[in-house]
Write a protein that binds this ligand. Structure first.
Ligand SMILES: NC(=O)c1ccc[n+]([C@@H]2O[C@H](COP(=O)([O-])OP(=O)(O)OC[C@H]3O[C@@H](n4cnc5c(N)ncnc54)[C@H](OP(=O)(O)O)[C@@H]3O)[C@@H](O)[C@H]2O)c1
Length: 303
């Protein structure tokens, strides 16, 4: 089978052109979209993504202000900055660039664990004013997504989630993705349960009555042990950060694979080629689409 490579750079370029027109129109009305990004400097991945987002924002005419902190800074200082940004009228959107958990844990003492990181992160994201939450990180957003009401409530999908959906639309060549998945009874397996992708994607697909299952380490191990692998999936979205976790032999022929792993892919591209119907590469798949989706969200929340 010929595997279609889903070119995220090319797709992002198309959205960039459309978005530029919208930003120019806002500019003519004297509106300057301005994003405030909180960056934890120890995390090299966050530094890179922030740079890419800043460059994209500038190319569109969106201001992108970066506020740097250390992961060791008192949380009160970071919260104070977020509250200040919430109050500033000229700030139209706020994003907190989530550091890699390992970066955060390594910087603290060995007693500090996954739960401590999760509660630190949650305390930060609940502080973002909902109307400025351009990455859809606030927990109440997940509830709105689960209820299928995020649009009506003036919320946006997390940028990575939106990026995955756009790549799936490209793979299936449709603007009616959920309807296609539903009517053709196509099953999606999402690997990874994080708030940036797994949970919101699972929530949006469930709210649209699509067949979807979200799994983590335990469930994937069990599937491998039972030799089920991912053979029941028509779509696999993988977001674990585990290099080459997904092998072509796990998949049935014709599966669409969206690889969210960064900086190196979760999917072993060489073994997936020829088995998958379509694959989003790393780099050049979800990454550029996440960047443009964040910009789209910024404009969306201004409307
Ligand atoms: N391209 C982008 O724009 C973008 C955006 C966000 C994230 N990412 C990338 O996505 C990846 C995940 O990031 P994250 O923030 O979501 O990480 P995270 O919060 O640490 O979550 C990782 C998830 O992967 C699961 N997992 C880990 N090892 C696994 C295994 N061996 N088998 C099955 N599941 C496994 C974990 O499940 P258990 O808890 O059950 O182990 C967990 O749910 C990273 O590579 C990150 O860089 C990319």
């Amino acid at each position: 089978m010929q595997t279609q490579i889903l070119d995220g750079y090319k797709l992002a370029e198309q959205f960039q052109k459309q978005l530029k027109v919208e930003v120019d129109a806002l500019s003519e009305q004297g509106i300057k979209p301005t994003v405030a990004a909180i960056l934890f400097r120890e995390d090299t991945g966050s530094q890179l993504y922030t740079q890419l987002k800043k460059e994209m924002a500038l190319s569109l005419g969106i201001e992108y202000r970066v506020f740097e902190f250390s992961v060791l800074d008192k949380i009160e200082n970071v919260l104070a900055k977020i509250k200040e940004l919430n109050q500033q009228i000229e700030i139209t959107g706020i994003i907190i660039q989530k550091p890699w958990r390992k970066t955060w844990v390594d910087a603290h003492d060995s007693e500090i664990n996954k739960e401590a990181f999760n509660s630190w992160w949650e305390e930060l994201v609940v502080t973002i004013a909902i109307e400025k939450d351009i990455d859809g990180l606030h927990p109440s957003n997940l509830l709105a997504i689960q209820q299928g009401e995020w649009r009506e409530k003036g919320r946006v999908l997390p940028a990575t989630c939106q990026a995955v959906l756009r790549l799936l639309e490209l793979a299936f060549q449709t603007d009616h993705l959920f309807s296609k998945l539903r009517t053709e009874q196509l099953k999606t397996i999402i690997i990874g349960k994080s708030d940036l992708l797994g949970q919101p994607l699972h929530a949006v697909m469930t709210s649209k009555n699509c067949m979807v299952e979200m799994i983590g380490s335990k469930e994937l191990s069990k599937r491998i042990e039972d030799k089920v692998f991912l053979k029941d999936a028509d779509v696999v979205v993988t977001a674990t950060g585990k290099y080459h976790l997904i092998n072509g032999s796990f998949l049935k022929t014709g599966t669409v694979v969206i690889d969210v792993g960064e900086p190196r892919g979760d999917a072993d591209q060489a073994s997936v080629m020829g088995i998958a119907a379509a694959l989003s590469p790393v780099p050049g798949g979800v990454g550029p689409m996440t960047v443009i989706s964040l910009m789209e969200n910024t404009i969306e929340l201004l409307k």
